[in-house]
Design a protein around this ligand. Structure first.
Ligand code: PLP
Length: 386
């Protein structure tokens, strides 16, 4: 494979070698089922419990509040299904207009259309909290408020602790899809009113197909998957032991490196943005530049079609993304950018670049040069200055 520069870490991250090494024994000789009584089962169960403590350590909660899932998508599905199972009088759900499809489509499937409420965002990607407050005052049938902790496309952060307080005042359960935020910014959920929180292993250098749902000890939880009594009867099915072990190691590493990585990754993003701003005109940042994840930038390049740019960048060995990975190959403009008031054309002129601890300043410099060169070329061929 030719050398690539990987700036698509919000789609997925490279798996940490330490996580891979920790997983290997559980794919080879320590293959026991954690539910088995014998020594092989007990070894596997011990490893799962250690990983549960590592993931809990990253979130600042008790290990008993972690339910392992097959990823962020399942965690979101489980959170919403649980909330809708609690009280037949409360079947409404409120979300933001910029959620990930894992939340949007779950609501489309399980929540009647007239009971699914979307609260809008402003041009910076911030939630309209007064509209949310008014809605919660007006309706007594809301089971759940679900707002993401950080947007996957723009990196814009949501004040989830305050939103959880607001939900609590209205007697409404609060869930946050924190898939993009955990491992990139600190969390201490125990001291908040967050009832449910989704996380995903492959966004923080763990293996794919693993995630967790934090279920606060105060939250009444109704299992979506039924069968065996795994995960303390909260998620049936034999655990992916090797994956869980890798997830645990990745979570532990993210916790230990968090403060340093926030700075290092933000510095690389700054270097990238500055290099591009200095090299080419008519580039804008989509979203609040001061209230973003440290690793994400979403840039709008006037006069250039994002899909064509993506193809050029791919040919030059630079990986980045137009909108969320789940939507790639589908050239519809991003619902997130449109919700922020961008026209369909401007949304399609935008690309997301997302960094991680495995990027280097040299790569970032090279990436900025590739982007600037490709933009100049596309603008020249389209005969537009901007
Ligand atoms: N939620 C958000 C905000 C995401 O960015 C993603 C993945 O891109 C998901 C949920 C889904 O997570 P997973 O890929 O682990 O199912």
């Amino acid at each position: 494979m030719k050398h690539v520069i990987y700036l698509d870490n919000n789609a997925t991250t490279p798996t940490a070698p330490e996580a891979i090494n920790a997983m290997i024994p559980f794919m080879r000789w320590q293959f026991g089922n954690p539910s088995s009584y014998h020594i092989m089962g007990r070894l596997a169960a011990t490893a799962v419990e250690q990983a549960r403590e590592q993931v809990a350590g990253l979130l600042g909660c008790g290990p008993g509040e972690i339910v392992f899932t097959s990823g962020g998508t399942e965690a979101d599905n489980a959170a919403i299904c649980s909330a809708l199972s609690a009280d037949s009088e409360r079947q409404g759900v409120v979300t933001s207009s910029v959620e990930h499809p894992a939340v949007i489509q779950t609501l489309n499937r399980f929540c009647p259309g007239n009971l699914a409420h979307r609260v809008g965002v402003d041009e910076y990607g911030h939630l309209d909290v007064s509209a949310l407050d008014a809605l919660l005052r007006r309706r007594s049938d809301i089971a759940l408020l679900s707002v993401m902790a950080a947007n996957n496309e723009t990196g814009v952060l949501f004040q989830v602790e305050e939103l959880a307080e607001l939900a609590h005042e209205h007697g409404v359960l609060f869930h946050t899809d924190a898939v993009q935020a955990v491992g990139k910014i600190p969390f201490a959920v125990a001291s908040t009113k967050i009832g449910l929180l989704s996380i995903s292993s492959h966004k923080l250098h763990g293996p794919k197909g693993l995630g967790a749902l934090y279920v606060s000890r105060r939250t009444r939880f109704h299992s979506m998957l039924v069968g065996g009594s795994q995960e303390n009867r909260r998620r049936a099915g034999t655990e992916n032991v090797a994956g869980i072990v890798g997830f645990g190691v990745a979570a532990e590493m993210a916790r230990a490196a968090l403060a340093q990585e926030q700075t290092d990754v933000a510095n690389m993003r700054h270097q990238f943005e500055e290099a591009i701003f200095n090299a080419i005109p008519c580039v804008q940042i989509n979203g609040d530049r001061n209230g973003r994840l440290p690793n994400t930038t979403n840039l709008r390049f006037s006069g250039v079609d994002g899909d064509r740019l993506l193809v050029e960048l791919d040919a030059a060995g630079l990986c980045c993304s137009a909108g969320s990975a789940c939507a790639s190959g589908n050239s519809k403009p991003s619902h997130v950018l449109m919700a922020m008031g961008l026209s369909a054309e401007d949304a399609k002129r935008s690309l997301r670049f997302s960094f991680s601890r495995y990027n280097t300043p040299e790569e970032v410099q090279a990436a900025a040069e590739i982007v600037s060169h490709s933009i100049n070329m596309l603008r020249r061929s389209a005969r537009t200055a901007c």
